[in-house]
Design a protein around this ligand. Sequence first.
Ligand SMILES: *Cc1c(COP(=O)(O)O)cnc(C)c1O
Length: 351
Amino acid sequence: MSDAKPNIPPTATIKLDSDALVANWRALDRLSGKAKAGAAVKANAYGLGVRDVVQRLMVAGCTDFFVANWQEAQEIEDLTAGTAGVSVLNGVREADLPFALRSPAKPVLNSLEQVQRWKPSGKACDIMINSGMNRLGINLEDLEADLFAGMSIDMVMSHLASADEDTPQNEDQLKQYIAALKIVSGKRTSLANSAGIALGSAYHFDVTRPGLSLYGGIQRPALEDVIRQVAIPRAEIIQVRSLRPGDKLGYNAQYIAAESHKVGILAMGYADGYLRGFSNSGLFMDGGIVLPVLGRVSMDLIAIDLAAAPYLEEGDWVDCEYDLEIASAQSGLSQYELITGLGNRLAREWT
Ligand SMILES: *Cc1c(COP(=O)(O)O)cnc(C)c1O
């Protein structure tokens, strides 16, 4: 007798496009000019599945990965050790040392305390400079070259707060970062995230750190024609019903039929990350045919209008309109929230 659990077919999935992911990394690497693109794969590669993403990007030639914490570094250690660098952006706490000291990943040291904590190890590290975002990083006025004497510093980096906007803050941060590089030096320099790559060569330095745009996010016109959609949520129609004029639909009757038409009920909802902001505003698609979301999104269910596709039946599948720019406008959520929020109940299906 086998203990294997029976394979239950999912009712909702995310279709993930390997070619688009790799093409996006290559495009960002090319747009980075003389710099080499790494990849921000924190938060389970923005929710898409860190091991699947790292494997594909390593094949494409990516050799620098950025995660948030040591659990995330551990998750990809067997894939990256000896072949690619992993930087832990949130730094190293005392409690991380037992793991961190024997990990091939590098901490990004964010404070003078962290510098002192790591120094005795003699192991490689990166340094984060606070150039004006005031999140993590060492302040310029606290920098002194001899603080780092004898340390093996790979990247000296900083992070842009508003690269998706045309604002003087970008140039201010660039100046602060360049001033810091005169005091602390490592093997390599790194400043730009996805949107920062589109700010031009002055922002590229040696290594860029795209995240969002790898996964299909577009925040600047220069990325518009090069970045492809990677993730498409899909759901099965688990019930079809006919509404008559005056029929109310879903919680709090946020849609009332004006005429007779069919609706499809999909097995997806806000518990899958398809949040309430899509109520009466999201779209699903059958090929080129648009199927608007009707009424309020429930936890596990969504209703869509089948007026334009009355041939659809229970058991048919439809694609969610999840181009991140469009979905962001529909829902009021940021592109980051849209991609990282996709729930674990959605089976990841890589093409
Ligand atoms: C998340 C993050 C990135 C990637 O930013 P995107 O805007 O997603 O491209 C790069 N660097 C640091 C320090 C980050 O925290």
